[in-house]
Design a protein around this ligand. Structure first.
Ligand code: NAD
Length: 477
């Protein structure tokens, strides 16, 4: 069994607490690894290492820093199968999709390496005679990147790549549920001549090591991907420091199917968006609104797609549509939300139960009808393969229901009418809207939640800017 070590200042070291926690494979329910249960001292050691490295790292020409990103991308590619195996084992992501996450991550490092010669400051005309105004872009300094369990490898890269490119150094904290792929990455990176301390990886609890990363005076910026609750804790913990936080939090994405939609496409894409990775994706379709005139045929097609979805061993060949939930706590949370919905009048169209299986923490692909807008199952993030579906009568009602939510991460619309699409794009209050396709973002966009779904965002030019400060110079000549 693997026993991982903290990666601090280019060295692998034991946690100062002398403690480790177990990592479970959620399909086999076997303990497959142990990761350091670090505390505040580990956080402090890692941040000191990052601070020591930062000044030199920042001074290096950007293409030199980009060169490391390119080499990291190549290393990931050379180890893609092994990394995907580790990923699929620690979180029951079906193997082909685990491979997609690994490959997307290597492309992501290459993508941000490409920004080296593109991002720039600005020169602005002054109101004064013989004066120019320059805007310089400078790295924020030391970033702490706190990661969730659902895309542990990609989300780690989403923080590491822009941080290193812009001249920041970084301390990464993986989720205690899924630290294995991140530590496997640390071992790969250790084989490069990346300056010691530019990238550090430490594991431990959120309320202990995570909180210490946030409160430590060395940390110049925290980037968290996780739940709204963790985001709120981080805002509170960083209030005294008035520190930059970039928060990518939960979602409750609506999928709106208008009367003129291609119903086969809509049913397929909504099902994909709900069932991929067992519904454990922040931008997944979490609720659907369907025009009453097409409600019945849409439900028929959607139900067929959910019933056709298979679940099982993430390594099975051919791969099932999905595997298990990440742990027992998630399975029980989903089950109790469905039970409360049914108690309050929801009708189970398909699924609705924990299946009787020898392995894994499965939950059946589930469609719920007869739900009301104010029900918990329609308002709160489920993070599982459960879709409540509601009918609507006209455009205004659809938009009102879709926007009626404390989250504002993603949304989707299905329509063949360009006017309806453009109007809905104007009226929907979400950071991301997918038109006639599944919910899944690209690296050149900007993944940024509105309302409780977050502050700031990731990817593309705007994601890069999160790691940069602007200095304005007024130059008289
Ligand atoms: P989580 O909030 O439980 O944990 C996320 C990370 O935060 C973990 O590393 C955890 O240890 C750490 N943490 C928790 N409390 C902390 C604290 N007080 N201080 C510092 N760190 C703390 O989330 P999770 O269960 O790992 O992930 C699922 C959630 O993440 C879902 O809500 C999902 O929607 C969200 N998510 C959002 C995005 C996005 O891009 N918006 C992407 C993936 C996941």
């Amino acid at each position: 069994m693997e026993k991982y070590l903290q990666y601090i200042g280019g060295e692998f070291i034991k946690p100062r607490t002398g403690e480790w926690f177990d990592v479970e494979n959620p399909y086999t329910r076997q303990i497959i690894a142990q990761a350091p249960k670090g505390g505040a001292d580990d956080a402090s050691d890692a941040l000191e290492a990052a601070k020591k490295a930062q000044k030199d790292w920042e001074k290096r020409p950007v293409p030199e820093r980009a060169g490391y990103l390119t080499r990291i991308a190549a290393l990931i590619r050379a180890n893609r199968v092994e990394l995907a195996r580790t990923l699929a084992s620690e979180q029951a992501k079906v193997f082909p999709f685990a491979q997609v996450e690994i490959d997307f991550t290597s492309d992501y490092f290459d993508y941000y390496a490409g920004w080296a010669r593109i991002y720039e400051g600005e020169i602005i005309n002054s109101d004064r005679l013989d004066e120019s105004i320059f805007l310089f872009r400078k790295p924020i300094g030391v970033a702490a990147g706190i990661c969730p369990w659902n895309f542990p490898f990609f989300v780690m890269a989403r923080k590491v790549a822009p941080a290193l490119l812009t001249g920041c150094t970084i301390v990464i904290k993986p989720s205690s549920t899924t630290p294995n792929t991140t530590f496997a990455f640390a071992r790969l990176v250790a084989s490069l001549d990346l300056p010691k301390g530019a990238l550090n990886i430490v594991s431990g609890g959120g309320a202990t090591l995570g909180d210490a990363l946030v409160r430590n005076p060395i940390t110049d910026m925290v980037t968290l991907t996780g739940s709204v609750e963790a985001g709120q804790e981080i805002i509170r913990a960083s209030a005294d420091k008035v520190m930059k936080v970039s928060l990518e939090l939960g979602g409750k994405a609506p999928a709106v199917v208008f009367a003129d939609a291609d119903l086969d496409l809509a049913a397929r894409r909504v099902a994909d968006s709900r069932l991929l990775f067992s519904g454990q994706i922040c931008n997944c379709a979490e609720r659907a609104y369907v025009h009453r005139s097409v409600y019945e045929p849409f439900m028929e097609k959607l139900t067929a797609a959910f019933k056709a979805a298979t679940y099982g061993d993430p390594f099975a060949d051919p791969a099932p549509s999905m595997s298990t939930q990440v742990d027992k706590a998630q399975q029980e949370k989903i089950d109790s939300m469905v039970k409360r919905a049914v108690r309050d009048g929801a009708e189970v169209i398909t699924g609705g139960n924990i299946p009787d299986m020898d392995a894994g923490y499965f939950f059946e692909p589930t469609i719920l009808a007869n739900v009301r807008q104010d029900m918990e199952i329609v308002q709160k993030e489920v993070f599982g393969p459960v879709l409540p579906v509601l009918p609507f009568d006209d455009y205004d009602e659809a938009i009102t229901l879709a926007n009626d939510c404390e989250y504002g991460l993603t949304s989707s619309i299905f329509s063949t009418n360009i006017n309806t699409v453009m109007r809905a794009l104007k009226d929907l209050k979400f950071g991301e809207t997918y038109v006639n396709r599944e919910h899944f973002e690209g690296m050149q966009g900007f993944h940024a939640g509105w309302r409780k779904s977050g502050i700031g965002g990731a990817d593309g030019r705007n994601g890069l800017m999160e790691y940069l400060l602007t200095q304005t110079a007024y130059i008289q000549f």
